[in-house]
Design a protein around this ligand. Structure first.
Ligand SMILES: NC(=O)c1ccc[n+]([C@@H]2O[C@H](COP(=O)([O-])OP(=O)(O)OC[C@H]3O[C@@H](n4cnc5c(N)ncnc54)[C@H](OP(=O)(O)O)[C@@H]3O)[C@@H](O)[C@H]2O)c1
Length: 333
């Protein structure tokens, strides 16, 4: 296989701070060392991919580079006994798509520790409909559950609700019987959010407190925050006694201006979500839940599928915060 060519998005420096994206023919021999060569059938677009695809050195240090933190496909070659040629697998997170050639190419080669078997009950395409965004939403909800937040605890706030992680969180929470308040900058998508399970939709402005108060009226038993900044600070101050807030994203800001009162007067718990480095045992457990009790009947409604040629526009849209739901990439169409 070593001389075989495959198609991939290649991001390269085009002078100064400019970066260009093109579809290139790459060789299997260009791929890094690793025990498992995977023929990628589907990938998906996540915010981090758009950062890598636009030259963000906080995500990718060296270019030229093929982004894509997600991949699902078939093992083509393996030098480990843990996998066999023909196995259906998922790879996501770790260093995939960051400094390791990623899922926006038809092949990846990775360490075997990054690879997990596709669970029964999910196709490769369905796995990438969830993708890192769905996994992150599921991990956030798993952590709420671990901290004893159940549907009887009260309402859950989801921020950045039309985005990849946000929309998946709304849908999985709804499937689990939670009452969900969705916060969005796209009020015109309120009907979409209700159709996937939100009980109530509030605007980004209504989710941001400008009074400077140290504590606000308690509204939430739990929060799945995907945006950070003032919206997260407001959410923490509005969380009920012994409520739990998860934080995974920074699209609004990486800053968090907060005081200690929500923690020392209301016992609020702030839980960090790190999907890329999630330990394999927990990763497998969460994928099994996404394939069974958390499997979404409305995955099609939450996703659009594009080819590699159409990814460029989608990358620009996600960078502007304009995506609704998830974008799946079909590598061979
Ligand atoms: N920690 C982890 O393990 C992990 C894993 C995956 C993703 N993430 C992070 O989670 C975040 C979401 O990722 P994603 O792939 O779901 O991205 P996405 O699809 O672009 O969703 C982000 C959503 O946030 C809202 N938003 C955008 N810009 C905003 C702004 N300036 N202020 C407030 N809200 C804004 C928008 O939703 P509305 O218009 O509905 O408000 C947007 O659709 C990113 O920061 C990403 O890096 C972290």
């Amino acid at each position: 296989m070593s001389n075989e060519k495959f198609r991939a998005i290649l991001v390269s420096e085009s002078g100064g701070k400019e970066f260009k994206r093109e579809i290139a023919n790459r060789s299997i021999s260009d791929l890094p060392e690793g025990e498992v060569l995977v023929k990628v059938e589907y990938s998906s677009l996540n915010y981090k991919d758009a950062l890598s695809a636009s030259g963000d050195r906080g995500v990718t240090r060296n270019f030229p580079h093929t982004p894509g933190v997600d991949a699902a496909g078939t093992v083509e070659e393996t030098s480990t006994i843990d996998f066999n040629k023909g196995d259906k697998v998922i790879v996501h997170g770790y260093d995939l798509g960051m400094n390791t050639s990623g899922g926006f190419g038809q092949y990846i080669r990775v360490p075997s520790e990054w690879v997990l078997n596709l669970p029964d009950g999910l196709s490769a395409k369905e796995a990438m409909m969830f993708g890192t965004a769905g996994f992150t939403a599921a991990l956030s909800i798993f952590r709420l559950n671990e901290n004893k937040i159940t549907p009887v605890s009260g309402k859950i706030l989801v921020t950045g609700a039309t985005g990849g992680v946000g929309s998946m969180a709304v849908a999985i929470l709804a499937k689990s019987g939670f009452e969900i308040v969705a916060s969005t900058g796209k009020m015109e998508q309120a009907e979409f959010l209700k159709s996937i399970g939100a009980t109530e939709v509030i605007s980004r402005e209504d989710s941001t407190d400008n009074t400077g108060k140290l504590l606000l009226k308690g509204n939430w038993a739990g929060v799945v925050d995907t945006v950070g900044g003032d919206i997260l600070a407001t959410a923490i101050k509005s969380t009920n006694q012994r409520g739990v807030v998860t934080t995974c994203g920074n699209v609004a800001s990486h800053d968090l201006s907060i005081n200690v009162y929500p923690f020392i007067l209301r016992g609020v718990t702030l839980v960090g979500i790190d999907s890329a480095s999630c330990p394999m045992q927990r990763r497998i457990k969460i994928w099994e839940m996404m394939a069974t009790s958390w499997k979404l009947e409305n995955l099609e409604k939450l996703t659009r599928t594009v080819t590699l040629d159409k990814l460029d526009n989608e990358i620009d849209t996600i960078l502007k915060g304009g995506q609704v739901g998830r974008v799946v990439v079909d590598l061979w169409a």
